[in-house]
Design a protein around this ligand. Sequence first.
Ligand code: GLN
Ligand code: ZN
Length: 754
Amino acid sequence: MIKSYVTGFPRIGEQRELKKVLENFWSKKVSVNELNDTAKTLRARHWEYQKKAGIDLISSNDFSLYDLVLDAIITLGAIPARFAKFSGDELYFAMARSADTAVAMEMTKWFNTNYHYIVPELNKTTKFSLNSKKIINEYNEAKAQGIKTKINLIGPITFLALAKTTDDSCAFCHLDEVVARYAELLSEISKLDDEIIVQFDEPIFVTDRGDELVDKITPVYEKLTSAANNVKIVFMTYFEHALKAVNEVVKTKIYGIGLDFVYGEKNKDALEILAKSNVVLFAGVVNGRNIWTSDIDKKVKFVKEIEQKLGGKDFYVGSSCSLLHVPYTLKYENKLSPEIKSWLSFAVEKLNEIHIITALANNKPLCEFTTKIYDENKKSANSRANSPLIHDKEVAKRVENLSKFQRDLSFDERIKIQHKALNYGVLPTTTIGSFPQTSEIRQVRNAYKKGLISKDAYEADIKKYIDDCVKFQEECGLDVLVHGEPERNDMVEYFGEQIKGYAFSENGWVQSYGSRCVKPPLLFGDVSRPKPMTVDWISYAQSKTDKIMKGMLTGPVTILNWSFVRDDKPRAEIAKQLALCIYDEIADLQNAGIKIVQVDEAAFKEGYPLRAENIPSYEKFAVDCFKLSVSSARPETQIHTHMCYSEFNDIIKTIEAMDADVISIETARSGNELLKIFKSVGYKQEVGPGVYDIHSPRVPSVDELVTQIKALLEVLPKEQLWINPDCGLKTRKWEEVKPSLINMTQAVKIVRNS
Ligand code: GLN
Ligand code: ZN
């Protein structure tokens, strides 16, 4: 017998109710009671959706007011000392978002997703104490609703692996203590019902780091499995294969193991081991990270294969990871074309898929409702395979016939030509692209989008912004100017909107952190660029100055990493199509007289795979894709790229291989330490290490900028250095940007003359 489960469910609400109530609570418009009432309503609703869809195993404690790791920190009582004076909701939100003088805890990306978690902060003196209230309450709430849930917790090993220590201690010195608190929790949980399933999320075991931690599985889970007789523990993994962990888990009394068969194909190798063990498989087969309908027939076939390999043992079928990483429901999508909509499946729709796959694999008949969905699913698979909306022969042919993959000359040859053509001196100054996104400029864009103002009025306002922007940059003496990006809402969406093969949902929000959500565009078909995307605005800006105006594009790897991408074609091929859109744009820009083009690859690094074994292929794919996209640039056209991070040690060779003429990076927050890597590998291309941190409103003084530039010059020669802020200025105010850039150009003058 096969049963269904869901790893976890989105909590933001089908219309982002959680976001709204949180923000109202933070701005003191609603009380804590109202906040908690809304949260309760949302939980009830999301359980109801899962129950109605016939999911056998539904989670509690997958809800969170901010973040699940933060919840785990509270559960374990590992509160950093600076928050000692707070309690209750004040404590919770102070840890997440600062309060008084207590600075918020650090936040970072959850594995290779765009979700961010709060990093546990430990030191030698950290004390732990159990706080089980939320967990028990949620279980009882669901039970009152007639649902016996599995309880989701962050596994102790993953918790400590993700923690940072603020002294020289090792997070794992707290392992016994954390396990003891969790054992205490399990014994409390055991009193809630005759038999309860607890899911410990241990995704660290899909990483290389996890492979080094497998020795801890047996001792830790021995203690946890013996903490309470009636609690069954599921060891949950997702995002990649967890083969090493499987070998350990089967030695323990752990009840079940969750494996991702969508992003961890190698997990298939675990089936043989599981067939011989008592551990129950939780097979993640419906993609929890993408938004296309599952091909149900294919999935059923796969589930039957699993069944056969397990030798007929019972197991569970569910989502490949928490559905937190996909939008909530298609219910409110009224503008998408019906055909495109029929290819999509958000969290609520995925529940039906899971149920139907399970039923069909069990050879059970479908009811009227699910039969209809199943029929539609078959139609959708068929229409995706053949729709002219998706398949563009011209595009496919162009990719197939590609013969040029990189620029004609080498960097050494190009840079000489560029220096002659562009004629810039030492320490050229520039910025990263965007200037302050004022509320006026946002309003103008929104009004135009809604049809409230005419095209002429819209364009007049954008031109005015560009005029001011150019004028300011000339006044403060920057060398290479930008237009300021007033026409762009978002660096991916702006391009997506102009690329054929992209669609946009109205309500496809995915939680990024706390109340923040993103709405990734949907790359559903062969992509091409029907007409120039940026040439008009950049040419206009260039016409306003004799200085060099830098063209500004988002790179193909970033566009890909920040979109929901079709799953019916290899990623490398889709990347080539996107690269060609940028290729065409660069060709048009240079024909329009633009001499420098920046191709931003903000998401280049976050696309890195979780396991080292997959890194070479990602790097090849990403480098090839970038190089193809800029290969239309003539030798004298200078290509810049920008990346928003500062750790380059592991990837410096790859960055060099991208073959951009100039790269601007984020160094301001990490001093010039990181530049040393550029020196030690003999990096040849030009580099613009950010000289001040744009993430802070602080205006850097001339003196400190002089010091910073001199520090850079100790590492790299002046011929190789550009001077710029460390990222785009869109989040800053003009009052901050103006003096900062004036000071920056002042500082450069001083250094040049010294
Ligand atoms: N050109 C973009 C900007 O300045 C780059 C932003 C980014 O890389 N995050 O806003
Ligand atoms: Zn940046």
